[in-house]
Design a protein around this ligand. Structure first.
Ligand SMILES: [Zn+2]
Length: 316
């Protein structure tokens, strides 16, 4: 958990794109130390790379879209969530379309791909962003805030005017085990009337009962129902983990959301970055590299970095 990780070798998959309804081929390749997650549009020549970074978010309607220099990749959040959940810091994602394949609407297929290929440490410690003072954002419907905590914790509340959803709440302390066991299988969900409206406008053409939980006024249309009774709020957490990973490093803090979504999640990161007095960046400190050499990776402490760009480390 202290060192940066990437995948052991290339993996790939092919599935439909949520919006276009067309097949998308995706390859995930190992990424170098400190490189983060980058998306490459292989259907375009040159100038075809977009880094997974909150500053590159170009759209938050229905999904999170990132873009740079006129090119974009949409529905990145479920894959990013899987990377975060499985502790992958660095990877290169190649897609031959403007969107990531939707798979079954959860991040479980991506988690399985990552587990199949395995991950490896890269000999350099992770940076972490530690929250020191609360930061919050809100809009007409909901709110999102992050407050100091000893670990990455998420508390999420949703409230939908639908008899099968209503109010749901979930609280978790993040770990790869909890992510895999409780969160990654939760599918995206939508309402039949919205699906019909979107498809009439040429959107969500790939959306189907194979990749979403769909509800009409009273019931769940998918014949197998839900994977768990609180699948809705768990999917919102899955999304938030993906959206927050666009910060580029794990957060040590408590994320508290009420009816939040992609837009507020992104606004929270922007607000956070504007309030530098509310956080510090640290890296795990491996005593083996220190002059006295007394510490080991089993007893990590932190050193503070004076900026996100890792300059002039200071011990504490
Ligand atoms: Zn989602």
């Amino acid at each position: 958990m202290y060192q940066q990780r990437t995948i052991k070798c290339e993996i790939g998959c092919r599935n439909v794109g949520l919006h276009s309804g067309r097949k998308v081929s995706m390859k995930i390749r190992p990424g170098g130390v400190d490189s983060g997650i980058s998306f490459v549009r292989t259907d375009l020549n040159g100038n075809n790379i977009v880094k997974a970074d909150f500053q590159n978010v170009r759209g938050t309607t229905l999904a999170t879209t990132i873009g740079l220099n006129g090119i974009s990749v949409s529905t990145v959040e479920h894959l990013l969530s899987a990377f975060s959940g499985m502790g992958v810091d660095n990877a290169i994602v190649e897609v031959d379309s403007p969107e990531v394949p939707i798979m079954d609407g959860s991040s479980l297929p991506f988690v399985n791909l990552l587990k199949d290929v395995g991950t490896q440490t890269q000999g350099k410690c992770r940076k972490l962003l530690v929250i020191e003072k609360p930061v919050s954002v809100s809009d007409r419907d909901g709110s999102a805030k992050i407050v100091p905590s000893a670990e990455f914790r998420i508390t999420y509340d949703i409230d939908f005017e639908h008899p099968l959803i209503g109010k749901q709440s979930y609280d978790m302390t993040f770990s790869d085990e909890v992510y895999e066991r409780e969160i990654c299988a939760a599918r995206t969900f939508g309402f039949l009337k919205d699906v019909e409206y979107l498809q009439a406008k040429g959107l969500a053409l790939g959306g189907s009962l194979k990749n979403a939980v769909v509800l009409d006024e009273r019931r769940i249309i998918n014949k197998d129902g839900l994977r768990c009774h609180d699948e809705f709020v768990k999917h919102k957490i899955l999304d938030a983990i993906g959206d927050l990973s666009l910060l580029g490093m794990p957060i040590i803090g408590h994320f508290i959301a009420y009816k939040s979504g992609h837009k507020l999640n992104n606004l929270l990161l922007k607000e956070l970055m504007e309030h530098k007095e509310c956080w510090k960046v640290v890296t795990y400190y491996n005593g083996k590299n220190d002059q006295d050499g007394n510490m080991s990776l089993n007893v990590p402490s932190f050193k503070i970095l004076d900026s996100i760009n890792n300059q002039k480390p200071v011990m504490y």
